[in-house]
Design a protein around this ligand. Structure first.
Ligand SMILES: [Zn+2]
Length: 264
């Protein structure tokens, strides 16, 4: 397992979702790789930060904790973990402080691309969850794209470039202006049966868009992953970048991405 492999499965590792052999491999890598061990800790902090930002959901978090407590504590047993050097501990404290004040910007600006990529994924999931929890998630509720897209003009310094008007499979529910990391985002919400898919559109420049492990969807090159139970797709299309997030399955997200690819 190399660093890239480890980063891909880090969340699954932390949540105890890996088979025991893979779990052991990740753990062995983390023991020998300070950079990945650091990432491991950052991810853990981000999870805690996310939980703190979701006070409305005490039950699932409590449930998660109970689950975590039930896992054989091999990964977190202090007896078997190698102690960190003092300098690392100081860095960890500093990093936690930064995480509290500016969780994601820090990663994007200073960290290498893999951390940046995971920051993008985390932000997309956070934004989606925030929308789900919001009392009034949509600033414009809509039955038609011709209402929604013009609504953005004057509220953003770019045109969202979305032509997919929604259909019977993915009805357009509406839109809002939000933030994605350091910039404004056009947010569109499509329905999928009883679920919803959030689409965040931003100016792509300066964000760490994934360049490896892409797959083709229509004319688009898409990065696909999952995080905290949500499926995520990221792609760049010219000057704009797109993030799709939902709890619907990967096939459903691919369907929607295909509709974006063929209509824009
Ligand atoms: Zn590594």
């Amino acid at each position: 397992m190399d660093c890239g492999d480890v980063r891909e499965v880090l969340l699954d590792y932390q949540q105890g979702r890996l088979a025991s052999e893979a779990h052991g491999q990740v753990r062995a890598h983390l023991d020998g790789c300070p950079s990945c061990a650091n990432e491991d800790r950052l991810e853990h902090e981000l999870t805690l930060a996310l939980e703190r930002r979701l006070p409305q959901y005490p039950a699932p978090v409590g449930f998660k904790r109970r689950l975590a407590a039930q896992w054989p504590a091999e990964a977190s047993s202090p007896a078997t973990r190698r102690p960190w050097p003092k300098r690392w501990a100081a860095l960890a404290v500093a990093a936690v402080l930064v995480l509290v004040t500016a969780p994601l910007a820090w990663q994007v600006v200073l960290a290498p691309s893999e951390t940046g990529r995971s920051a993008m994924v985390t932000e997309a999931v956070n934004d989606h969850v925030r929308l789900l929890q919001s009392q009034r998630p949509l600033e414009i509720e809509s039955k038609g794209i011709h209402q929604v897209i013009p609504w953005f003009s004057g509220r953003l310094d770019f045109a969202p470039g979305v032509r997919f008007a929604g259909d019977a499979d993915f009805p357009l529910r509406g839109g809002a202006v939000g933030y994605f990391l350091d910039r404004k985002a056009a947010t569109l919400v499509y329905g999928r049966r009883l679920h919803s898919v959030s689409v965040f559109v931003v100016k792509a420049e300066g964000l760490p868009w994934p360049r490896r492990g892409l797959e083709r969807v229509g004319r688009l090159e898409v990065y696909r992953t999952s995080s905290r139970g949500f499926n995520v797709m990221l792609w760049r299309d010219g000057e704009l970048g797109y993030a799709l997030v939902s709890d619907v399955g990967p096939k459903d997200l691919t369907l929607l991405a295909e509709k974006f690819a063929s209509s824009s």
